[in-house]
Design a protein around this ligand. Structure first.
Ligand code: DLL
Length: 433
């Protein structure tokens, strides 16, 4: 089933014509209404989609600088919703929606959830947080648009998740990969078997996750896991997502136009090349975004997909450019560490990269928990010095060395000692003075 057949299977030439028309409208809307953008962009002539590359970028810092409403293109009383992302420091990033913007959001979310298997009448268990974060309400509204029964559980409180999953038996489950994995872990610890609950599909996102993590989630829940991507500045979840082919994420590019650029120079990258994803909104009215630098690393393809949808697709997100670590001169994304770690069956998918910046030369240690099978070989009690733990530590170190091309320190830590996430997992822990 395709939710919005006309939009999703539109012939490429017609789509490009629509994109250009909408781009011109959106730029006009923005420069007419947002003083900062008028000064910056002027009155550009857009003869074709390629001319987009001549326009300046928008950065997260622009939103902070014009906090809270300075980049909005409609008067405050025309906003029907505000969301915000907390960010790691200082003021949050504030985003707003008109009634029409919310309608677009519901439609793109409905498209992506249907692509993952959601159907009218199904029940959806929402384990994304509700509130200023866009995850909970984004999935909630999209599911209502489809005609699903929504269970708005929110994140946290694993006991409540266990109870409702066991008693309600939903068809679909959504949340951050790390939190949903934690729910499975607690369910199992309480004697339950998540894979027998009859969940038909899981929709996960809001943080980077690898195919190895996908395999772990599918094993735990006994259903396929689909990747959904988005960011508040553009709309929230609903920018892109996987179909049953799971060969890249379909970008909702009749509403959000993707580009890939060199993260350092900003120069356009060719199709298929890895780089930073840049997004331009084509239809959003409250907070239009022109060439927004997402900071996320991906690649773009316009090759046809076997599902019949004709949109461009992005590769699964490797992580944020600013989460990349430089270890002994080598660039390392936490997702690359995750992929290598999870290829070892005797460790659990709970890990952290601990970066110690207290000495002159920063040191990085990978902390990971051993699987229960190994613990039983240690006589049930965990000790870092047990020969079986030491052997596993060396084995994990070797896997990482081969995968990353450098040797990193590995520590096997006691079961349950790595903090479990309630939302987005913290994969990198910084130790500073
Ligand atoms: O995380 C929106 C969202 C909610 C997406 C639920 C998917 C599901 P923000 O809090 O603004 O919005 O964070 C956006 O999270 O720039 C990426 O770095 C990261 N991110 C989101 N989805 C994915 C994904 C929501 N599927 C930031 N894979 C983005 C990797 C993701 N990273």
């Amino acid at each position: 089933m395709i939710w919005n057949e006309a939009a999703e299977t539109m012939p490429i030439a017609a789509r490009r014509a629509l994109q250009l028309e909408r781009l011109r409208e959106s730029v006009r809307w923005t420069v007419d209404r947002v003083a900062v953008m008028r000064e910056r962009v002027g009155d550009p002539k857009l003869r074709g989609l390629d001319d987009l590359a001549s326009l300046p970028f928008t950065h997260k810092s622009d939103l902070r600088e014009h906090y809270p409403f300075g980049l909005f293109a409609v008067p405050r009383d025309e906003l029907v919703r505000i969301h915000a992302s907390s960010g790691t420091k200082g003021k949050p990033t504030v985003v707003g929606y008109t009634g029409g913007d919310l309608d677009i959001w519901r439609d793109v979310m409905a498209r992506l959830m249907v692509a993952a298997g959601a159907r009218p009448g199904h029940m959806l268990h929402v384990a994304f947080g509700y509130g200023l974060f866009t995850g909970g309400l984004g999935f909630h509204d999209g599911a209502e648009r489809i005609g699903m029964t929504v269970v708005p559980v929110s994140s946290g409180n694993t006991a409540r998740h266990q109870l409702l999953l066991q008693d309600f038996r939903p068809d679909g489950l959504c949340g951050t990969p790390s939190f949903v994995l934690h729910v499975a872990e607690t369910l199992r610890a309480a004697g339950g078997r998540p894979e027998t609950l009859g969940i038909r599909y899981g929709m996960f996102g809001a943080e980077p996750w690898t195919d190895a993590m996908r395999a772990a989630l599918e094993r735990e829940w006994g259903c396929p896991a689909y990747d959904i991507y988005g960011l508040s500045e553009i709309i929230g979840p609903g920018v892109a997502g996987e179909c049953e082919a799971r060969d890249g994420l379909h970008v909702m590019d009749d509403h959000f136009l993707p580009e890939i650029v060199d993260p350092a120079s900003g120069a356009p990258r060719a199709e298929g090349e890895e780089g930073e994803l840049v997004l331009t909104t084509l239809t959003k009215r409250a907070l239009p975004m022109l060439r927004y630098r997402t900071g996320d690393i991906s690649a773009l393809t316009t090759e046809p997909c076997r599902c019949g949808r004709t949109s461009a697709r992005i590769a699964r997100l490797k992580g944020r450019a600013d989460d990349m670590l430089v270890i002994k001169g080598v660039n390392v994304f936490p997702s690359e560490v995750e992929a290598a770690l999870l290829s070892v069956t005797e460790v659990e998918p709970h890990y952290q990269l601990v970066v110690d910046r207290r000495a002159t030369l920063a040191r990085v240690e990978v902390h990971v928990e051993p699987a229960p099978a190994l613990l039983s070989r240690c006589g049930g009690a965990f000790s870092e010095n047990h020969p079986a733990v030491e052997t596993l530590r060396r084995h994990v170190g070797e896997r990482l060395r081969v995968a990353l091309g450098l040797s990193v320190e590995v520590r096997l830590v006691a079961p349950q000692s790595i903090p479990r996430s309630e939302g987005k997992a913290v994969r990198v822990r910084l130790l500073v003075d």
